[in-house]
Design a protein around this ligand. Structure first.
Ligand code: ADP
Ligand code: MG
Length: 342
């Protein structure tokens, strides 16, 4: 009977976690109506994400990125493209539990009449092509016709929402492109995305640059506390690129030492929730005792955390997050604090 209770508890928790993932995906769907497409260099979009993706997939998987042509101007929404990258790369990771290689390849291609109808594209012409290849499990031929359907998943309860590829499909079609897959069971899969090149539309240089510097930055000082070195590196790199001064620590004790020895202001504590030693919320309490005007953002993974019923007492950034989400959230929390102090 004890076992039975425990199983029920686990299942309830899994359902809760799945709902969280689901809500986030649906928000991504909803958000796309608000954000407007600009002319972006697809190479730059991927490059900005590279560090973060590397951190997310872990050290047992190698990430390779190659671009055969630069720039590749496409008309799309940056955070939507990031969503596409995230979903394809996380699926590749899930397909390689014992490690492997994810290859991201970008190039330009000419699409002719015959391919246009095969790929259900509006017109032939110049396209940018993104290929994400893994050498993982591959896709069962029986599953193959269903993988882009919403809610189709072969992953266990709590780990798959079945919305990743449906999201990718929605975004790519909305941007006038197509997504196809080639896969050999036991050998791996290749997801191929093509997007119409924006060149024919004579993108203005200023418009393109607005796209490139889309992420909001700042000059404040941020203390990043995260025990996963890959994620920490990715976050630190992204924020440093945006102009922030970064202090970093691998756990709560190290973070408090940094906070005591650093003589300048620390405007924001960006901390993992669950870490070896003291937790994020425990760290924050001690940190605020000395620096009461600072603010905090918690980072948390939705499947790994021990107790999902207890959400941290402050703004939460769900992993995996994109550089765009990170930049936006940091800026909005810092601005919120600035307003409160006025
Ligand atoms: N790179 C891949 N290798 C093997 N199978 C994949 C890959 N990408 C997607 N799939 C299959 O497609 C299904 C649907 O993917 P997705 O829509 O992202 O949902 P989820 O990842 O939540 O299961 C997965 O459950 C898996 O069976
Ligand atoms: Mg997925």
């Amino acid at each position: 009977p004890g076992d039975q209770n425990r199983r029920e508890l686990l299942e309830i928790r899994a359902a809760g976690e799945r709902a969280t993932g689901l809500t986030r995906q649906l928000l991504a769907f909803a958000r796309k109506q608000v954000l407007s497409p600009t002319v972006l260099d697809l190479c730059e979009v991927v490059r900005v994400m590279e560090g973060m993706l590397r951190g997310l997939i872990g050290e047992h998987i190698e990430l390779r990125f190659r671009s055969e042509k630069e720039p590749l101007w496409v008309r799309a929404d940056r955070s939507q493209l990031e969503q596409v990258m995230l979903n394809l790369v996380l699926n590749a990771r899930d397909a390689m539990p014992r490690g492997g290689v994810v290859d991201i390849n970008l190039c330009d291609i000419e699409i002719d009449e015959a391919q246009t109808s095969r790929l259900e594209l509006a017109r032939p012409g110049a396209y940018a092509r993104l290929v994400v290849t893994d050498n993982g499990s591959g896709i069962d031929p029986q599953d193959r016709p269903h993988i882009f359907e919403p809610f189709f998943t072969t992953k266990g309860i709590g780990s798959g929402t079945g919305l990743g590829l449906a999201t990718v499909y929605g975004i790519v079609r909305q941007s006038g492109g197509s997504v196809t897959v080639e896969s050999t069971p036991g050998e791996g899969s290749s997801f191929v995305v093509v997007l119409p090149m924006a060149e024919g539309q004579a993108p203005r240089v200023e418009e393109a640059q607005v796209g490139a510097i889309d992420l909001p930055g700042g000059a404040e000082t941020i203390l990043v506390v995260e025990d996963d070195a890959g994620v920490r590196r990715a976050v630190v790199k992204t924020l440093a690129q945006l102009g922030y001064t970064i202090l970093e620590a691998a756990d709560g004790d190290a973070a408090l030492r940094v906070a005591i020895t650093h003589t300048g202001p620390i405007h924001l504590l960006l901390t993992d929730v669950v870490m070896p030693g003291q937790s994020g919320p425990e760290l924050a309490k001690r940190f605020f005792a000395d620096r009461p005007s600072a603010s905090v953002i918690y980072m948390s993974g939705y499947s790994a955390e021990a107790d999902t019923t207890k959400s941290p007492p402050g703004p939460l950034l769900q992993k995996p997050f994109s550089p765009h989400e990170l930049a936006e959230r940091v800026r909005s929390v810092l601005d919120g604090v600035a307003r409160r102090l006025l």
